[in-house]
Design a protein around this ligand. Structure first.
Ligand code: FES
Ligand SMILES: [Fe+2]
Length: 363
């Protein structure tokens, strides 16, 4: 057996309490092959695997015998076998096989979690299974729509997951962090922030200006001034959709060229985040070279420009609470602040405790 990747340490400060009755992105579906995966979500060890029919399952990832990571095991007869002494577990989490000296399987079970494969993503529910309604998964139908071609990534990034949501909700950072990718339009353009139900929206608009070179190339409008609209939708707890569209000045929104993106953040520990992202275009579908350029530029932006600055900000917060640190609020923070307050309210409601944040009445 090849050497396993080390599990993250689970003895650091907690990043919770977490929202539990919600769908979290657990990874790209086709990254889960015959080889199970050992993961940690919301500070809980989880094993992801496919049974004999290829159906994906999520069960508790810590073996009850000597606590080995079940996700580092293998699948035998459709059951997940512990890599340490070979106990096997079914998709309900029950121990169903004991390889030792004819002993019966011990009457033990690890937890099991609802897992749905949709839009090429595995979605996991870490709360009350009776409430796990797949209709609650936000619509990312474009990810498996042949009219769109996507580049994508998945990484574990250091930093609390809400710092990662903040980053997408405040694109005024782009001017400073991604100078090659984004011109100053997110800083000087018009911004609007609002919420609708439990979702938070941010919209950027700017007219008659050049896009940054790399972005213009992705959209096939190099050297042409454009109007653009960028709209971010935040779904609790940290699954964001970004619709970015541009067109020759005067083009109505429906007639513009569109890039669609998902940024889904799932807490691993209090200080690390699973970062799943994809960006899709509907222009130049067969252009493999353009896809390679997009893959390189966006992976660099998200994983090597955003992530390090968020990592260092997280370290400088030294485990302290965001609001306790009395952060300065700038005009670009209208989305991030609404999302943070909404998430606190949802978590408080789930836990039956009073929230420190009243419902926002102003938009
Ligand atoms: S630790 Fe899993 S069988 Fe021993
Ligand atoms: Fe960024």
């Amino acid at each position: 057996m090849s050497e396993q990747q080390a599990m993250p340490r689970l003895d650091g400060p907690t990043g919770g309490p977490y929202l539990r009755n919600t769908w979290y992105a657990a990874g790209w579906a086709d990254d889960l092959t015959d080889q199970p995966q050992a993961r940690v979500f919301l500070e809980e060890p989880v094993a992801l695997y496919r049974d004999a029919d290829g159906k994906a399952h999520a069960i508790g990832g810590r073996c009850p015998h000597r606590f080995a990571p079940l996700g580092a095991g293998c699948v035998i007869d459709g059951h997940l076998a512990c890599p340490y002494h070979g106990l096997r577990f079914d998709h309900t989490g029950a121990c169903v096989h004991n390889p030792h000296q004819g002993e019966a399987p011990p009457k033990v079970a690890v937890p099991s979690y609802p897992l749905v494969e949709r839009y090429r993503i595995l979605w996991i529910w870490m709360g009350d299974a009776a409430k796990a309604d797949p209709a609650l998964i936000p619509d990312f139908g474009w990810l498996d729509d042949p009219a769109w071609v996507a580049v994508r990534g998945m990484t574990i990034a250091e930093g609390h997951y809400e710092l990662y949501s903040d980053n997408i909700l405040d694109l005024s950072h782009a001017n400073f962090v991604h100078p090659a990718l984004v011109a100053n339009a997110f800083t000087i353009g018009e911004r609007k922030f609002w919420q609708d139900g439990e979702r938070v929206f941010v919209r950027y608009t700017h007219q008659d200006d050049y896009l940054a070179e790399a972005l213009a190339a992705m959209m096939g409008v190099a050297g042409r001034k454009q109007d653009f609209i960028g709209e971010v939708t935040w779904n609790a707890p940290a699954t964001l959709y970004f619709d970015y569209r541009a067109g020759d000045p005067g083009t109505p929104a429906e007639g513009m060229t569109v890039l669609k993106s998902i940024h889904a953040f799932t807490p691993e520990t209090g200080g690390t985040t699973h970062y799943l992202w994809a960006t899709a275009r509907s222009n130049a579908l067969d252009d493999a070279e353009l896809s390679a350029v997009m893959q390189g530029a966006l992976e660099h932006a998200f994983e090597h420009e955003d992530a390090p600055i968020i990592r260092d900000a997280h370290r400088l917060m030294a485990g302290r609470d965001f609001w306790d640190m009395k952060p300065l609020i700038l005009s670009g923070d209208g989305g991030g602040v609404r999302a943070r307050r909404m998430l606190r309210r949802l978590i408080a409601a789930e836990q039956g405790t009073p929230s420190e944040f009243e419902d926002d009445t102003t938009n």
